[in-house]
Design a protein around this ligand. Sequence first.
Ligand code: DAH
Length: 380
Amino acid sequence: MPSFFFAPSTPPASSTKLFAFIRVIRGSLSLPFMQDQLSALLDKAAAEFPALNARPEFETAKARYVGPHGELTALMKQMGALPKEQKPIAGKLINEAKGRLQVHLDAALARIAAAELAAQLGPAIDPTLPSIDAGPGTRHPLTLVREEMCRILRKVGFTIADGPEVETEYYCFDALNTPVHHPARDEKDTFYFPANARFGNVSKKVPTEKYLLRTHTSSVQIRTMLKGSPPIRIVSPGRVYRRDTTDATHSANFHQLECLYADKGVTVRDLKALLDYIFASLLGKDTKTRFRPHYFGYTEPSFEVDLTATHLPKVKKPWIEIGGCGMVDPTVFAEVGYDPEVWTGYAFGMGLERLAMLLYGIDDIRYFYQNDLRFLKQFA
Ligand code: DAH
């Protein structure tokens, strides 16, 4: 017999078919032969799979058994060559073998997955031990500026007032004498909530008005005046929202600081003196302010405030716009039930980011929100 006809007991996958063919020709393909093949294959799998430690090795090994050119696949294909009456028995044998092989595959995969997870989790920890000291955190530059401004204003009698970031049209616009068709109220500029949105903790003045994300902190003026009676002297820092596209100087959410003083006999001179005082305190005594006439519905007269602070790093422009201000409009006082014949007042609002950028020489507003420790640690 030529050596070619000596089939090894477990022929390599690629040649299994050929041997089967030869056996059929020689009439030697039989159930016992298939049984031998299957049990040899299972013995091999039982030895091989427990030794595998990584997913790629596992996949390669698995393919060698059940892939399109796998050994078990090849044995299944041989079934067709068996006499008809033996096929059901062979099918049963193969199914049993498949089931037993699957047990090896599942066990190996579970072991590998557990090892992968353990590697991801790192060394075991004892959760009963005290945690490692991460060291003290640092204050965010916006927090530093906010706290400093509040400290400066508290020194001259202002108290801190707060208001919700979700607001209603009444407090954000109507009560501030900002009519329905004012551009600031446009859907393009303001984030409105759907008409059916409900916020149990934000009171509405008018049941039909919509909720929105406040576009400025001026809404706190109204909430504060409605709650109390004059004289009032408040500062209200907080987050505000506008539908702006983000770039180096714009962000869809940023922070403002609002001040309101309502009393008898308040004048523009008082307003100018206070602004001079706070900017000189924050940015240095060489800082000066100037007013430019402007229009805001809630103040009359109204101004934009510029400041000059060329002694600060990165300040190149001689005058920098920093906020808006004016004398509280009589219609606003009337709206909150303060007699405009008796009460006078001033109000102003400004961006905290702009102040922090000036103070620290930051040239891109996006740094504030990126949580990059390399940036934040500079303010420690
Ligand atoms: N709310 C204005 C803004 O967001 C700033 C402002 C202007 C606030 C005049 C005021 C004010 O209190 O009186 O641009």
